[in-house]
Design a protein around this ligand. Structure first.
Ligand SMILES: C[S@@+](CC[C@H](N)C(=O)[O-])C[C@H]1O[C@@H](n2cnc3c(N)ncnc32)[C@H](O)[C@@H]1O
Length: 190
């Protein structure tokens, strides 16, 4: 078996390291692949929030979920994930970010390092103990390598007593395949 690519690995982390899965967030829902993955994890008592700044992305995601006729509680939020705490007033068990631009759409509309870091800071605050944040980082597009550097810098600076932090990336490729950062809030912290 080949080593997992970034998106597959991000889902593997959720499958293996998510302790509770009542409240989940897709911070960049795009065409809805991650939202659908998360939607299959929660039950009828759970709640899923899907954010995107583009109406097109919200519509694509909504369509993908509605086709499956799942009995779940989901809020579609056409706003930036830097405003996450305006919409989510509960502790989050898991949150996924898939940084970059909407595949098949305008490359200029993309996640930006400032708003991504603002959002990550807020997400850490509202993450439950044992909770998981997974960030898939694409960096080939304009501004992507700066955003990647900012996210890596942010992740490296987290206190090891509070968080387990992992960086997964291939190191011998010509292009820059997506990289993954995982942040697990340790159970023992106050
Ligand atoms: C790489 S795509 C996500 C792909 C998606 N996970 C999927 O499965 O199709 C990144 C998405 O982030 C969105 N985005 C950009 N800035 C954002 C922000 N500040 N808050 C929320 N979404 C944002 C873009 O509109 C784009 O749809």
């Amino acid at each position: 078996m080949d080593l997992m690519q970034g998106v597959e690995f991000s889902h593997w982390l959720f499958n293996n390291y998510l302790e509770n899965k009542n409240i989940l967030v897709d911070a960049t829902c795009g065409n809805g692949k991650d939202t659908l993955f998360l939607a299959n994890k929660i039950d009828s008592n759970g709640k899923l929030y899907a954010f995107d700044i583009q109406k097109e992305a919200i519509n694509n995601t909504k369509k993908k979920i509605e086709e499956k006729e799942l009995n779940i509680n989901i809020d579609y939020i056409n706003d930036g994930h830097e405003n996450i705490d305006k919409y989510v007033n509960k502790k989050i068990d898991g949150i996924i970010y898939n940084l970059g631009f909407l595949p098949g759409s305008k490359k200029e509309v993309k996640t930006e390092k400032e708003t991504t870091i603002t959002s990550l800071n807020i997400s850490l605050d509202i993450l439950a103990k044992g909770g998981l944040i997974v960030i898939v980082i694409y960096s080939e597009h304009e501004g992507g390598s700066e955003e990647k550097a900012a996210v890596l810098n942010f992740a490296r600076g987290l206190n090891y007593k509070k968080y387990n932090v992992l960086h997964y990336h291939f190191i011998n490729q010509k292009k820059n395949p997506p990289e993954v950062i995982a942040i697990k809030k340790r159970n023992g912290i106050k």
